[in-house]
Design a protein around this ligand. Structure first.
Ligand SMILES: Cc1cc2nc3c(=O)[nH]c(=O)nc-3n(C[C@H](O)[C@H](O)[C@H](O)COP(=O)(O)O)c2cc1C
Length: 204
C-alpha cells in the first residue's frame, strides 16, 4: 500500500482556492490549540482569535476591504506598484469571501499594564515587537497543524488594509493584526521558490 506521509513544514503551501466541504469542529480546535502552544515573551500569550464561520460576517469583511481598497486605489492612482498590491488585496478579499473558515488574529496589547519587572516596562517598544513575533509563531503553528490535518491554509495580511474599519464593524476588543483562512484545497498549490541557503545564512 502506498502510504502518504505528511511532512507539515515542507508540505505546507499557501492555498487560495477551497472546495465547499466543511471542516469539523474538532479539527478547528486542534488548530487553535496549536496556536496557543506557541512561545511568547514572558509567556504573555498576547493573542486573541475570532473564528468566523458565517457567510454574513465573511461577506461584511470582504465588502469592507473592497470599499477601502477602492478608496486607496483612487488616492494612489499614479503609483503602479501600489496599484498592483491593491489589486492583489482585492483577490484576497475574494478568497476571504469564499473561505470555509476565517480566523481573525488580534493583538492583546496589554503592554501598559506590565507585571514583568522594570526591564520590560522601560522597553515598551521592544516588548511589542517581541509580542508580535510570538503572534507570528502562533499563526505559523496554525498553518502547520492545518497541513498536518490535511487542510489548506492562507496567512492573510491584506486584511490590514482595512484593519481599523473591520475592527470597528465587528466591535473587536483588540487591534486586528492578521488573519488565517482554512479549508480543503480545491487543487494542489504550486511550490513557491525560496532563496538559496547561502544567501540567507551568515556563518561566523
Ligand atoms: C504575514 C503574511 C501575510 C500574507 N498575506 C497574504 C495575503 O493577504 N494574501 C495572499 O494571497 N497571500 C498572503 N501571504 C502568503 C504569501 O504570499 C506566501 O506565504 C508566500 O508567497 C510564499 O508562498 P508559500 O506560503 O506557498 O510558501 C502572506 C504571508 C505572510 C507570512
Amino acid at each position: 500500500m502506498n502510504k502518504c506521509i505528511v511532512r507539515p513544514i515542507t508540505d505546507r503551501r499557501s492555498v487560495r482556492s477551497f472546495d465547499r466541504s466543511s471542516i469539523d469542529q474538532d479539527t478547528i480546535k486542534r488548530i487553535l490549540y496549536a496556536a496557543l502552544l506557541a512561545p511568547s515573551p514572558k509567556n504573555r500569550q498576547p493573542w486573541l482569535f475570532t473564528v468566523v464561520t458565517t457567510s454574513e460576517i465573511k461577506t461584511l469583511i470582504s465588502n469592507i476591504m473592497i470599499d477601502k481598497i477602492k478608496i486607496l486605489k483612487e488616492s494612489n492612482n499614479n503609483d503602479s506598484t501600489v496599484r498592483i498590491e491593491l489589486d492583489n488585496a482585492l483577490i484576497t478579499s475574494d478568497i476571504i469571501l469564499n473561505s470555509p473558515i476565517l480566523i481573525l488574529v488580534q493583538y492583546r496589547n496589554n503592554a501598559t499594564c506590565l507585571d514583568d519587572g522594570l526591564s520590560w516596562s522601560i522597553m515598551h517598544n521592544e516588548l511589542e515587537a517581541l509580542e508580535i513575533q510570538s503572534i507570528g509563531a502562533s499563526v505559523e503553528n496554525m498553518l502547520i497543524e492545518a497541513t498536518a490535518n490535511g487542510l489548506g491554509s492562507l496567512w492573510v495580511g491584506d486584511i490590514m488594509y482595512a484593519g481599523t474599519e473591520i475592527s470597528t464593524a465587528l466591535n473587536l476588543k483588540y487591534p486586528l493584526i492578521s488573519a488565517v483562512v482554512l479549508g480543503h484545497s480545491e487543487k494542489k498549490s504550486a511550490k513557491s521558490t525560496r532563496k538559496k541557503m547561502k544567501d540567507i545564512v551568515d556563518w561566523r
